[in-house]
Design a protein around this ligand. Structure first.
Ligand code: FSO
Ligand code: SF4
Length: 517
């Protein structure tokens, strides 16, 4: 096998041998390559046959399947390959040939690097487009770009042709994140600042993780009045801030921290766990009986909830396990008993005047966006220390699951606003961009001239598309860690450093000194 799409890739170069660091087997990795090659074939077919809504949905499902920590199951991946082939056959009696991914893995390293940025960025974007679609929203610009980008993977092109498509991936992902933001806020309302307890109350409960708000809503409806409490986990935490989800009294709080701690945190817990997206780690024997998947998430031996969205097996398992006999007062990584969320662009921009006045009066000296993924490898404590060391006259905006390193810290307030503000899931990077653009407008300057620094952590492919979006907007001086992607070749890195001054994170002390200079 060969896979180097995520931050924990073996030796920082690539997973080879019989399994990846994430637990994906060589057989599954090979099948995911076959699936990607089939998707390139489907995109090629679309150049001569008009794609339908079903074609685009198939592309999104196929791409989402290959994101890190989504699918470990060769049976369901093979079924997805068959589905892609069937779709190509439905479009044309002479569908185009599949692409052999080994051609890409064995290409010149700069070409492989640019194609990887396009492919991995599109995988991340596919997840966002999929969530928007589940809420009834799609975009012609986003859909057609998947055909263009996938076709490019199969072309024998040079850097001059591929580089603009890398940037276009970022640009289209901005449209895609805006689409998802619109889907979320029109369906569930504008997020409001919300304090979320970390206590798990006694009695039966279900923990919902991943990014899909629609799945959470369906589960909340199906569990209403059944004496079962619902808790969020990982990237589902921001759900508490949406009025139309918040209204359910049995949506109680948040369980656990970021994804990489699940094997430890789920062990021995008398509740059921529902995975709506990544990040699934191979469940241990001790709790695999209480894990459930839905959508494209799949693991051999784990009960899957299909398209009918009948959550009865999850509900029955929660009732059978019965939950804790007494309330359990869990804490965050730093000992806090609550976390806050709900500071999306709607909330932050509603107090924009207050924020602008605070900056003008010198009460707020600097903004940091400390956001992105968490991960298992050492070195991620950088982000905790960085946030702890930010001066009292600065604001920390955050998003995605990396925030669990510091979101239970009480850093006080500035002008009535908390110093740490959680903007939401990784796709809510859209909110951060909206706030940055509004501030730049208010101060009549460019985003790069604002007292704003982005200190990002990456792990999987959604972070890749977000990074490309920031670059496509011309945002410079991003600090990126904990390590640089293995798929960025030396020449591509030089290009990113020269044009965007991307800087690898060093130590919190040195980086803060450099930023606040
Ligand atoms: Fe984290 Fe996993 Fe949202 Fe990623 S849960 S690592 S960036 O999936 O997608 O933030
Ligand atoms: Fe390795 Fe990451 Fe690929 Fe898993 S997803 S096989 S850990 S590079």
């Amino acid at each position: 096998m060969f896979c180097f799409q995520c931050e924990q890739t073996a030796m920082g170069t690539g997973c080879t041998g019989c399994a990846g660091v994430c637990g994906k087997s060589a057989v599954e990795a090979g099948l995911q390559d076959v699936l990607t090659g089939a998707l390139v074939g489907l995109a090629r077919t679309c150049q001569t046959a008009a794609p339908t809504a079903k074609t685009y949905r198939t592309i999104l499902e196929g791409m989402f399947t290959t994101i890190t920590n989504v699918n470990f199951n060769t049976t369901t991946t093979q079924a997805m390959v068959d589905k892609v082939h069937a779709e190509a056959a439905a479009l044309s009696s002479t569908p185009a040939a599949d692409y052999d991914m080994n051609q890409m893995w064995n290409a010149d390293e700069d070409i492989r690097s640019l194609k990887s940025l396009i492919l991995f960025g599109m995988r991340g974007m596919a997840a966002y487009a999929y969530h928007a679609l589940m809420l009834g929203k799609s975009s012609e610009e986003v859909d057609s770009f998947f055909v263009k980008g996938l076709s490019a993977i199969g072309e024998d092109w040079g850097m001059d042709e591929l580089l603009p498509i890398v940037m276009e991936t970022g640009k289209v992902n901005l449209t895609c994140m805006a689409l998802l933001d619109e889907a979320n806020t029109t369906t569930y309302g504008t997020p409001v600042p919300t304090t979320v307890p970390l206590t798990v109350e006694k009695g039966p409960f279900i923990v919902v993780t991943g990014h899909d708000l629609k799945d959470l809503e369906l589960l909340l409806k199906q569990t209403e009045g059944k004496g079962i409490n619902i808790y969020t986990h990982g990237e589902m935490l921001p759900a508490h801030a949406y009025p139309e989800l918040k209204k359910y009294k049995h949506l109680k709080g948040n369980f656990g921290t970021a994804w990489q701690n699940q094997q430890k945190e789920f062990d021995g817990v008398p509740g059921a766990f529902l995975f709506t997206t990544n990040c699934l780690m191979p469940p241990r024997k001790s709790y695999i009986d209480r894990v459930f998947t839905t959508e494209v998430v799949s693991f051999d031996g784990v009960t899957h909830i299909g398209e009918d969205k009948d959550f009865t097996p999850v509900i029955e398992k929660a009732l059978e396990l019965g939950g804790y006999s007494e309330d359990q007062h869990f804490t965050g990584i730093n000992g806090g008993s609550t976390v806050t969320t709900g500071f999306g662009h709607g909330t932050v921009l509603s107090v924009a005047d207050k924020v602008i006045d605070a900056v003008k009066a010198g009460a707020i000296k600097h903004f940091f966006l400390v956001g992105g993924c968490d991960g298992a490898r050492p070195g991620r404590n950088y982000y905790t220390e960085f946030v702890k060391q930010t001066p009292a006259d600065t604001v920390v905006l955050t998003l995605a699951c990396g925030k669990y390193r510091f979101n239970d810290l009480d850093l006080g307030t500035i002008g009535g606003l908390p110093r740490i503000m959680d903007m939401g899931q990784c796709n809510d990077a859209y909110s951060a961009i909206q706030v940055a653009v509004a501030l730049a407008k208010a101060f009549d300057c460019g985003v790069n001239d604002l007292p704003l620094s982005m200190v990002l952590s990456w792990y999987e492919q959604k972070a890749v598309c977000i990074l490309l979006t920031l670059l496509s907007l011309g945002i410079k001086n991003i600090y990126l860690g904990p390590t640089l992607p293995a798929f960025v070749s030396k020449n591509v890195l030089n290009y990113l450093v020269e044009n965007f001054n991307i800087t690898p994170t060093s130590t919190p002390e040195a980086d803060l000194k450099k930023i606040l200079g």
